[in-house]
Write a protein that binds this ligand. Sequence first.
Ligand code: TXA
Ligand code: MG
Length: 311
Amino acid sequence: MMAPVLKPDSAALDRAARLLAEGGLVAMPTETVYGLAADAANAEAVARLYAAKGRPAFNPLIAHCASAEAAFAQGRFSEKARALAAKFWPGPLTLVVDAIDTTTVCSLARAGLDTLALRVPAHPAARTLLEAFGGPLVAPSANPSGRISPTTAGHVADDMGDKVDLILDGGPCSEGIESTVIDARGEMPVLLRQGTILPDAIEAFWPGLEAGGSADRPTSPGQLLRHYAPDARLRLNAGSAQPGEALLGFGPGEATLNLSAKGDLVEATANLFAMLRKLDESFDQIAVAPIPVEGLGAAINDRLVRAADRG
Ligand code: TXA
Ligand code: MG
């Protein structure tokens, strides 16, 4: 079914905030590109978002906040990072910082990383929606994986109209390319993705900008593995648990924890990181039931294979 495309008046923004609270997906205008927004705290909604985009693997997402104060409540900001935020927020700048323990951004949205990408968008519709919703929204560009990012509501309707619950039409995006991404964790800022806030503008506030890797691959398979390597050994495609093993199940049957007793891949994706962490706390060996390699299952298996790899 085709999602409604609405001008972001107060009725439409209320409806959008309600849909998001229910775990829905809303395409929202930002000044950079249109984002596909979901409740950052709701792992099932985030799993649905990855599925809608058809992402082959789980990339970490940017958490959008209504204000710098709201962003500061999610991550650890150095004085320099705060200065950068004060200068450029709201605006097309994303800052990568360490997540604090009490962050409400779920681990699936962070792809299991301990870091967090945060941004306060400037577009009035995005800001009003974030305020009405009352928490961080993750929002990758609202295009299927591998396609060009959308800068009008029409682009979104063409590409994703049948995969989202509502499209807010805030007109064409003023920036037109994705935000500048800066890793703000260290002594020196590191440029992870070029955007419309240029290196010189960053340098003026925080000298010593280093060219980083590509933010499209912040986490090479090896790095991602290192960031999220369970201490326990994983045995994949296991029919049952052997003595001393926990069983991470999928589908009906006995299990220590079950990714989805009804065999639902969205639910399994939403549970994956949290359940692996939980079992890792009390077991040295985790047997994992077979998970079909289709749709989100491919991404789950991709992550499991990496997590099982002892390098
Ligand atoms: O302008 C934008 O940033 C748009 C609008 C909608 O806000 N959003 C966007 O999101 O481009 P997305 O998911 O397409 O790109 C997020 C970028 C990716 O390059 C990702 O690798 C990087 O941010 N990223 C997210 N979390 C990260 C982290 N913890 N460390 C390093 N890079 C991260
Ligand atoms: Mg993108």
